[in-house]
Design a protein around this ligand. Sequence first.
Ligand code: F6P
Length: 380
Amino acid sequence: MNRTIQRIGILTSGGDAPGMNAAIRAAFRRLKACSKDNEVVLFREGLNGLAGRLEVNHLSEINRSDLRGIIHRGGTFIGTGRIPELKPAPADCPDPDAWEKRRQEITDVAVVNLRQLRLSGVIVLGGDGSFKGMDHIRRAYEVRYNEPLRLVGIPATIDNDIWGTDASIGFDTALNSTVDALRKLRDTCESHRRCAILEVMGNSSGWLALAAGIAGGATTLMIPERPETYDIELVLARVRAAVRLNYRSIVIVMAEGVRKSSGYKDLPDRLRELIENDDKIRQYQGGRSLETRVNIIGYIARGGQPTAADNLLASELGFEAANAVTDESLTNPVMIAIQRGQLTRVAFDEVVRNSPRLVEETSPMVTVARSLLISADQDF
Ligand code: F6P
């Protein structure tokens, strides 16, 4: 156990994820258990708080009662945010110099704030974008003060696309909420003999759509990484097969990122029209078209009370993050990960370099989905 007094900052950044509160609570309790003199500072509004006016953006002298009752709450009780300008200027940036100047200003404020608070380490909860942003600030801090700042990441995103960990906080809750939505859609589709297109979050990665499609028994699913899943002719062929096999309810799950990757911003409506006007489907239905409804679950899946699995994962990751951030032998930033049920530390550099973790052709879940979803020539 580390006996040196430590002052640790904690912040949540990027999209909120159910279970973040449990991780903050676990990290706080572990830090205090290591030494009751350890101090915790919480930043409000994520990286915006760290790089903002300190007086209104941090909470210090945190004690146990400040974190009472938060474990069951969704979202993050300290708030979150993003700072796109912390990234290097994008290729299409009209004024890269102005961007770089702004980036430097934001970094300077964050670095000075960290110094003013005399922090020895920071725990950041979020995805790879948050890790990159925080690591950029850490490097600037170390250059300016020639002193190390320990940095530990906790993977938290409903997209579950952080490389190096089998699971991220929030995914299980979002998955359950999405499957719940899918089941509700089934009920009403079943009653009317209809088709529903359910759009779920997932901009670059389709893990949520893939897992929800499998667990919720979708007819077919579309994810941004795998063009064959959003080939409209193939999707239509599958819907036709389901109609031919006399399914009363047909549910198509689609990750939001497919709008961009397919090049059709209006893909769900376009698909709805194609299904409703499809001659083959009409023919199977004795001349009646298949009424189709588009539903977007969006932020509803990101909110809500965390599942027990998410709170358990969050508690484990928070506990281990506190151990790592007070470990004086820690010289480079790490993310706390869960791999095959074991807590482990993964170098930030590797996490950032390899993230987002995309759905691969060879991902076991893809193989499972292929065997479960209806095929165009389904004959049983
Ligand atoms: O939390 C991750 C995520 O849900 C992505 O799937 C989505 O594209 C993004 O956040 C949208 O977040 P926001 O609208 O808050 O920027």
